[in-house]
Design a binder for this molecule. Structure first.
Ligand code: MN
Length: 172
C-alpha cells in the first residue's frame, strides 16, 4: 500500500512537471504563431533621402523582415519627375504599382512605363531605378529581399539626361 502511494505521488509530480513545460511551450507558440495586425498610420511616413532619391518621394514602411519571411515591405510614392538613384538589390525586389503611372529602367535597357496593377520583378544584382514620369505621380509597394542584413546597394543618381521622355520605350 505504501509503495502504491509513493508511485502515485511520483506520477503526479511528473504530470505536473510535464504540464508545466507544456504550458510554457503553448505560451511561446501562441506568441510566435499568432497573426499580427499593424494598424494603418502606426508608422510615420518619411521623406526619401536626397542622397538616394531625386525629387519628392514619400516612404511609408509596412514591415521589416523576419526569419521565415526575409523581405521588407513599404509603400513608396514618387511625385512627378521624382525617382530613385540607380541601385541593385542583393536578393531581388518585387514592385506592385498601386496608383498612377511611372517609369522603371534597367541599366542598358529602355525606360518602361508601369501603371496601377503592374508587377515588376527585379532579379538580384540588376542595376535599375524606378520613379514617376515627368507629369504623373506613381505609388508602388516594394517587397525587397534581405541578404545578410542588407536589401539595397545604392549607386549614382539618375541624371536629367538619363531621365528623358525621348528614351521611353513606346508601347501602344
Ligand atoms: Mn529597386
Amino acid at each position: 500500500m505504501k509503495k502504491k502511494i509513493t508511485t502515485m505521488i511520483l506520477s503526479l509530480s511528473l504530470l505536473s512537471v510535464g504540464s508545466f513545460f507544456a504550458g510554457q511551450a503553448l505560451a511561446a507558440d501562441a506568441k510566435e504563431n499568432s497573426q499580427t495586425i499593424t494598424r494603418d498610420g502606426y508608422q510615420t511616413s518619411s521623406k526619401g533621402s536626397a542622397e538616394f532619391f531625386t525629387g519628392n518621394v514619400r516612404i511609408d514602411s509596412l514591415f521589416s523582415e523576419n526569419d521565415s519571411a526575409p523581405y521588407t515591405g513599404g509603400y513608396v510614392t514618387f511625385q512627378p519627375s521624382a525617382r530613385s538613384a540607380w541601385h541593385t538589390h542583393p536578393a531581388g525586389q518585387r514592385l506592385i504599382v498601386t496608383e498612377g503611372v511611372g517609369w522603371v529602367q534597367e541599366w542598358g535597357g529602355p525606360i518602361e512605363k508601369i501603371r496601377e496593377g503592374d508587377v515588376v520583378w527585379c532579379p538580384p544584382g540588376v542595376k535599375h531605378w524606378h520613379g514617376a514620369t515627368p507629369t504623373t505621380s506613381m505609388t508602388h509597394i516594394a517587397l525587397t529581399g534581405m541578404l545578410e542584413g542588407n536589401n539595397v546597394e545604392w549607386l549614382e543618381k539618375v541624371s536629367d539626361e538619363q531621365y528623358d521622355t525621348k528614351t521611353e520605350k513606346s508601347k501602344k
